[in-house]
Design a protein around this ligand. Structure first.
Ligand code: NAD
Ligand code: ISE
Length: 338
């Protein structure tokens, strides 16, 4: 049984604790921590987990074999570095850290440790629909991929959400997904700012991002984070001979009153429910096998952060910004299966 400690018992922390205590096999949650001690105490007592006053003391708890970090992005670096220092595997929700420099510090600490400990929560790699899309692409039947059209739509975002977050918090999922989908790095980013939606107040929303991939594939990503009607994730690859798109995920189609309608998920928890389950089960199984995670690595977290930083620069300047990655350490040479 893998004994897990969870730092951050907010929305996604509670959701991951629910899946580890009620859905998945081979895992138990033994400890929790949150700066909001009331939330941590309530969540901890509901699952019989010890409540720690700090993330650092949770990491050092002998009843914790592996750490899950679900606190706010700016706090990820300290907990991931502390987990590496303690020699414990750590699953960190995206982003790995909020700057490329911080991600590189994590890469360097893990490389010095000499063995992979870190996995980043880029769950689209585990989604049935994205996996099916990649399987079609990998048959080669579409011919060479030329373009991909993506949309990432949220019904609404919290008040603290700033325009850069459409890239660093939202489109960062597409950044990781296309690196995995095409097995190529993103080499340059442009960001266009369409007419502003009245639903977002002063927020510059939507955005249109354009990624250039190393082999010439162009990827466009629409982020609309106040679109009201639901949580809608789209992706279509255009190849030389044909196209392939994420299918409709609706389990039911209602025809009524002269109309046909598919329900739309309300949020990421509903849309990616299955992906999070598979992501965590595979993480648990890998750690139980030999203590080494095989999903998205600290290097993937770093690469996503470099592209995301380039996107923010492109948004601020209106210019095309090139992406420059550091040299990849050998530790990350092995292809991840997910
Ligand atoms: P949230 O605000 O609901 O929860 C964050 C929790 O972290 C809060 O309870 C807060 O008190 C706690 N916290 C803040 N600083 C802390 C610290 N120093 N130590 C311990 N706890 C601390 O936010 P959320 O929506 O659950 O997001 C948390 C993380 O998960 C973010 O990094 C976010 O980007 C990521 N996320 C990922 C997905 C996904 O699809 N993979 C979806 C949502 C959120
Ligand atoms: C959130 O943090 C997520 O990761 C969701 O998957 C994404 O859709 C949303 O825009 C982010 O704010």
């Amino acid at each position: 049984m893998l004994r897990v400690g969870v730092i951050g018992t907010g929305m996604i922390g509670q959701d991951h604790i629910r899946r580890m205590t009620s859905v998945l096999a081979g895992v138990t949650v033994t400890a929790v921590a949150d700066v909001n001690v009331d939330t941590a105490a309530a969540v901890g007592s509901s699952v019989g987990a010890r409540v720690h006053e700090s993330g650092e003391s949770l990491i050092l708890d002998p009843s914790v074999d592996a750490v899950v970090v679900c606190s706010w992005g700016p706090t990820h670096e300290q907990y991931v570095l502390a987990s590496i220092a303690a020699g414990k595997p750590v699953f960190c929700e995206k982003p790995l850290a909020t700057t490329a420099e911080a991600c590189l510090r994590i890469v360097e600490a893990e490389t010095a440790h000499g063995r992979r400990l870190v996995q980043v929560g880029y769950m689209r790699r585990y989604d049935t629909s994205y996996r099916a899309l990649k399987a079609v692409l990998d048959t080669g039947q579409l011919g060479a991929p030329l373009m991909m059209h993506c949309a990432h739509r949220n019904p609404s975002v919290p008040g603290f959400y700033e325009k850069e977050m459409a890239i660093t918090d939202t489109a960062v999922h597409e950044i990781d997904m296309v690196r995995w989908m095409f097995g190529e790095e993103i080499t340059a980013v442009r960001v266009l700012t369409p007419r502003r939606s009245g639903n977002g107040g002063d927020l510059q929303d939507p955005l249109l991002l354009l990624f250039e991939m190393a082999d010439g594939v162009l990827v466009d990503v629409e982020t609309s984070v106040n679109i009201r009607y639901g949580y809608d994730i789209r992706g279509e690859i255009v190849g030389e001979n044909g196209t392939a798109a994420l299918g409709s995920l609706s389990p039911v189609r209602v025809r009524l009153g002269g109309q046909a309608a598919d329900p739309v998920p309300v949020d990421w928890r509903e849309r990616f429910l299955g992906a999070y389950d598979v992501e965590f089960q595979e993480w648990i199984d890998a750690l139980r096998l030999d203590g080494r995670p095989v999903g998205p690595s600290a290097w993937d977290g770093y690469a996503a952060a470099v592209v995301s930083d380039a996107g923010v620069a492109a948004l601020r300047t209106g210019e095309r910004v090139e992406v420059a990655l550091a040299e990849k350490p050998k530790l990350y040479d092995v292809e991840v299966p997910a």
